[in-house]
Write a protein that binds this ligand. Sequence first.
Ligand code: IMP
Ligand code: MG
Length: 187
Amino acid sequence: MEPTITNAAAWFESDTSVGEIVVTENEIKDKIAELGQRITQDYSGRTLLIVGVLKGALLFVADLIRSIDLPVEYDFMAVSSYGVTTKTSGVVRIVKDLDVDLTDKDVLIVEDVIDSGLTLSYLVRNLRARNARSVCVCALLVKEGLQPANLEITYTGFVIPPIFVIGYGLDLAEKYRNLPFVAIYNG
Ligand code: IMP
Ligand code: MG
């Protein structure tokens, strides 16, 4: 029998919750190549440790580290916000901490999306207190106009409107993370 070629990205086509595409697969690819080049230049000769924030940043970390032309270490943290609402309270609990010591490392926190910025502000403060040589932030998506002014994001993929999005790691109740693009969630 002839092998059947199946389209792995077709499962969502009949799902009406998957709305308009905000960032396409190709735009993500191109952006990651560009960010990888910038990071390669900026961190040349340093000891780069990528810290991915689970679970959303998994896909971004996996693609980004392969576009960085330097020796790279990576580790992951998982955090959860207190409270039952969908809004971050700013009080963050570390659910999974790093395995590695940060002393003298140049840490790059990699996030999927920055909304209020409260999670990230907490993480930056927390990791800076561990004797890292530097702590910077790389976010695939930044929602327009929501972050505190003192939150410095060194590498931004895309600035998007303040809407709820899914795909490329981002979920709604653990679903849609494996969409190859970022789309609006039609709730
Ligand atoms: P922040 O503390 O308000 O910046 O919240 C950031 C976290 O909330 C992200 O790491 C995501 O896990 C989650 N989040 C924020 N916006 C979205 C979205 O549009 N889709 C999916 N998850 C989101
Ligand atoms: Mg996240």
